[in-house]
Ligand binder design. Structure first.
Ligand code: ADP
Length: 494
């Protein structure tokens, strides 16, 4: 099959979160299965043109009532099979993408012209296919920045080379919908009646994600449990009604992980590789992690790690404050060390700095570091994810692969991948709690630390059980193929 991924992020070119990992890993897994996959992405300022090849001639894109000219670059996706490489196209436009940041910068977290930037990008996707004379069987759009591609396909583009193209829209995070003033609608070049029939209308605003949910032939999200939760009020972010209505077209396919990058046997960021047969490298990673964060080098103390975007969604707010249950009381009451690597909202960063300065066994590193994230996964005994909601979550799968026991809230993809410890039978792969309260985090962390000191055999058996789990993309890529095969614009599914 010919598959085109329309996305605002893809590793190693542009990443703010799991979306970037998913798009690239899935594309590679699909190419490994013999399918023809291409990715289209804006050429952000941070992507060096040096390593890319420019396609001949400028490309005119219809947007805003006129023609907007752009250049197109192309490169092979690193890690994709040599015999069947995944081509990545970059849409280059100085005014829209010639600046720092993907969606914004700290001083302007959501660029004012984002609706126009991504409208232009979505229009450019079609022009690109015409330019290179390559038309996909499946247009696979990811999250709100690419949602408009499904609308354009349904309302106007499904002809010529796209006559048999079907669209799949994947939700990576329903919390981000691309809601803007409808003053920006003119830029889509769509008639006003389509504003209502495609479902852009959202309390007199323009909602890009909502129009995508109503226009795509099929919908998916990144775990079965999140697919169910998003149809319920609590995690539906006002889209639950639409998703319930479209439940026959809506499925959840668990993300995999990139096992070439996340594998303790080959990880170059660890001081010494390790495996279930020889865990000595894990002790070396723990020592290196303690050294890196300026903690006493104690092999016996339990070590809790976290790597996260610092934002309300990740449940980090519950760790702050002086109340019973917060990180402050956890670190005061329990025999443990706590390390956190994160970047994001300023209020979180300030709270972490403050905690680090007051507690000798709590260390925070503010920033983004691929190397340190590997060391935290490898060197920790437990990995904490108290997420408010979690569409899939990658870190708990990395943790299981690295023999690090996840302590997670029972939500989204966390519930699909972690199995709660049963201290009667010793079964399970991690520790889970239901309520997002400081008390629940405190109690569950306390339970995990208790097990670490008092049920060491069960804890070690759990580590090995987690390491034996297969989170590679192969299984999930096959599920996507089965879904693509069920899709057809003529089936009247939209
Ligand atoms: P989300 O996409 O909501 O941020 P995921 O768990 O799906 O959550 O993916 C997050 C990805 O980003 C993981 O690969 C994680 O290791 C990485 N990550 C997040 N914050 C940092 C950081 N400060 N440094 C390095 N990697 C990070």
């Amino acid at each position: 099959m010919k598959i085109l991924m329309a996305t605002s992020e893809a590793v190693p070119f542009a990443k703010t979160g799991g979306l970037a990992d998913t798009v690239s890993s899935l594309s590679i897994a699909l190419a490994d299965l013999g399918h023809e996959v291409r990715i289209v992405l804006p050429r952000y300022y941070g992507i060096d043109r040096g390593g890319l090849r420019q396609l001949e001639g400028a490309m005119g894109v219809h947007a805003g009532g006129g023609e907007v000219w752009s250049a197109v670059y192309v490169a092979d996706l690193p890690g994709s099979p040599q015999k069947n490489p995944v081509a990545v196209y970059f849409i280059d436009h100085e005014q829209f993408f010639g600046r720092d940041g993907i969606y914004g910068v700290p001083a302007e977290p959501d660029f004012l012209d984002n609706p126009r930037r991504f409208t232009f990008f979505c229009r450019a996707v079609f022009q690109l296919c015409r330019k290179v004379d390559w038309y996909p069987d499946v247009l696979h759009a990811h999250d709100w920045p690419a949602a408009l591609t499904t609308v354009f396909l349904k309302f106007g583009e499904r002809n010529g080379g796209f006559a048999h193209t079907a669209s799949l829209f994947t939700i990576h995070n329903l919390g981000y919908q691309g809601i803007y003033s409808k003053d920006n609608y003119y830029y889509t070049n769509l008639d006003w009646d389509i504003f209502y029939s495609a479902g852009f209308d959202d309390w007199n605003m323009m909602n890009l994600l909502k129009a995508g949910l109503l226009s795509a032939d099929k919908l998916s999200t990144v775990s079965p449990n999140y697919a169910w939760e998003t149809q319920m009020g609590q995690h539906g972010f006002r889209m639950d009604g639409i998703l319930r209505n479209r439940s026959k077209d809506y499925s959840g396919i668990l993300n995999g992980i990139d096992t070439a990058v996340w594998n303790p046997k080959t990880d170059p960021f660890l001081p010494k590789p390790y495996s279930a047969e020889d865990m000595s490298g894990k002790a070396a990673a723990k020592e290196a992690l303690q050294r890196e964060f300026g903690l006493p080098g104690d092999p016996e103390v339990s070590l809790i790690g976290m790597v996260t975007r610092l934002t309300e969604q990740k449940g980090v707010g519950e760790l702050f404050g002086p109340t019973y249950g917060s990180a402050w009381s956890i670190c005061r009451d329990m025999n443990l060390q706590f390390v956190i690597l994160g970047s994001g909202e300023a209020w979180c960063e300030n709270e972490l700095r403050s905690l680090s300065s007051r507690l000798s066994n709590f260390k925070a590193r503010i920033g983004y570091s691929e190397r340190l994230s590997h060391l935290v996964e490898g060197g920790s005994d437990f990995f904490l994810m108290p997420s408010r909601y979690e569409p899939c979550g990658l870190n708990q799968m990395y943790s299981l692969t690295y023999g690090t026991l996840p302590i997670v809230r029972n939500t989204g993809g966390l519930a699909d991948t972690v199995e709660n410890f049963n201290q009667e039978t010793g079964s399970g792969t991690g520790f889970m709690f239901d309520d997002l309260t400081p008390q629940s985090i405190y109690n569950t962390l306390g339970w995990a630390v208790w097990a670490y000191y008092n049920r060491r055999e069960q804890v070690e058996a759990m580590r090995l059980r987690g390491m034996a789990r297969d989170f590679s993309w192969k299984k999930s890529a096959k599920k996507y193929i089965a879904l693509y095969e069920r899709m057809s614009p003529a089936s009247g599914s939209s």
